[in-house]
Design a protein around this ligand. Structure first.
Ligand code: PMP
Length: 408
């Protein structure tokens, strides 16, 4: 072999995996947690998780499940039959969408459902239209599945919601799927029922698939009239994938239980993939999820009251900062202000450092006032910061007060 030819082993990491970026949200969160562990008074607005513990009745179900030897063994890769049945019942109860347990696949969090759905739908080069600002995992999982993510930007002037005209302008012969999420991470935007109907009609007219991420379904404020896409557009049932899970609704991010609901051919394909990749989700977690969704919605109703209060506080305080503009989000637990007015100017007095991008700005605020927020670069929209308001009321006030003083 000549010296100039590299052997397969020299290309140590595959191009496919080597091109995947680390999750920026997890990175900011990890940095904030590490600084906190050193004793620094960091206020972390980075994490996308409720600050409440998992409700007791769910934890008790898990404790009981640990003690039962039947849960110590492998179970069907696609999920416990009783959990699939409960997911179908919960879906009918909460969104009015009737599905069979055979249309359900239980996954290791919503994340695995998203990856497996794209892997099951996409051939190399197939395009997925992804409204931006987008949750950082979508384009990476599309790329991992061999597809191409085509971002369509909707900024604060349109409340971060894409229009059918924008979608149509992005459509090509290779478009196969529309990614849809409402309420949205990172913007908190919620599409109205009429907006969803218009988008659903466009999906149908163009023979596309739609993947709708409903993980924040119960966190909608101000009485916005909205709904589940396949309920509002029933003709899409055969071309629709729903992603959901217990993480946000029951404060169960660490338990890792999500699911996909789709036509049975897609479920079968995704379940085959899962049977080789990870097999069944941990049985104890599945039993906990079963208890969660079989119970009522009082836990999420309580969290929602707190989130609603914090939402109003953080948005009002952010808008008091000169150079920041934050539309009022009506869902999830994120505020997504434009910080374009803060860029290019000295921070903290005439000799202060200047941020030219939101990525630099997020580093400066972490260094100077120990406030962690995720830069818009992570969501395909530089010029913004994402603040999760799933943290204590006092911490929110303290953190944003620090920013108000820094930018005064
Ligand atoms: N979808 C969206 C929009 C999310 O924000 C998240 C969590 N950040 C998920 C799906 C996945 O959640 P999990 O994998 O924890 O179930």
């Amino acid at each position: 072999m000549s010296a100039s030819t590299s052997s397969p082993r020299d290309r140590r990491v595959s191009t496919r995996i080597g091109s995947i970026a680390e999750s920026a949200t997890l990175k900011v969160d990890a940095k904030a947690k590490a600084l906190k562990a050193e004793g620094r008074p960091v206020i972390g607005f980075g994490a996308g998780e409720p600050d409440f513990p998992t409700p007791d009745y769910i934890v008790e179900a898990a404790v009981a499940a640990c003690r039962d030897p039947k849960n110590h063994r492998y179970t069907p890769a696609g999920g416990l039959p009783e959990l699939k049945k409960a997911i179908a019942a919960k879906t009918l109860r909460d969104s009015g969408y009737a599905v069979e347990p055979s249309q359900v696949l239980v996954t290791n969090g919503g994340k695995q459902a998203i990856y497996e759905a794209f892997a099951a739908m996409l051939d190399p080069g197939d395009e997925v239209i992804v409204p931006a600002p987008y949750w950082t995992t979508y384009p990476e999982s599309i790329q991992l599945a061999g597809g191409v993510a085509v971002a369509v930007l909707a900024d604060e002037t349109q409340d971060y919601k894409v229009t059918v005209e924008q979608l149509e302008a992005a459509r090509t012969e290779r478009t196969k799927v529309l990614l849809f999420v409402s309420p949205s991470n990172p913007t908190g935007a919620v599409y109205t029922a009429d907006e969803i109907r218009a988008i659903g009609r466009w999906v149908e007219d163009n023979n596309l698939w739609v993947l709708t991420d409903e993980i924040y379904e119960h966190l909608v404020y101000d009485g916005v009239e909205t709904g589940s896409l396949p309920v509002l557009c029933p003709y899409l049932a055969d071309n629709c994938v729903i992603v959901n899970g217990v993480a946000k609704t029951y404060a169960m991010t660490g338990w890792r239980v999500g699911w996909m609901i789709a036509p049975t051919d897609l479920i079968k394909a995704a379940a085959n993939l899962q049977s080789h990749a990870t097999s069944n989700v941990a049985n104890v977690s599945q039993r906990a999820a079963l208890a969660a969704i079989s119970g009522d919605l009082s836990a999420v109703d309580e969290m929602k009251v707190a989130f609603d209060r914090r939402r109003k506080t953080i948005v009002a305080m952010l808008n008091e900062i000169d150079g920041v503009y934050c539309p009022m989000p009506t869902g999830a637990f994120y505020a997504y202000p434009s910080v374009k007015g803060l860029l290019g100017k000295p921070i903290g007095g005439p000799d202060g450092s200047v941020a030219t991008t939101s990525a630099e700005l997020s580093e400066i605020i972490l260094d100077k006032v120990e406030v962690a927020a995720v830069p818009g670069e992570a969501f395909g929209s530089p010029g913004y910061l994402r603040f999760s308001y799933a943290l204590g009321d006092d911490d929110i006030v303290e953190g944003i007060t620090r920013l108000q003083k820094l930018f005064a």
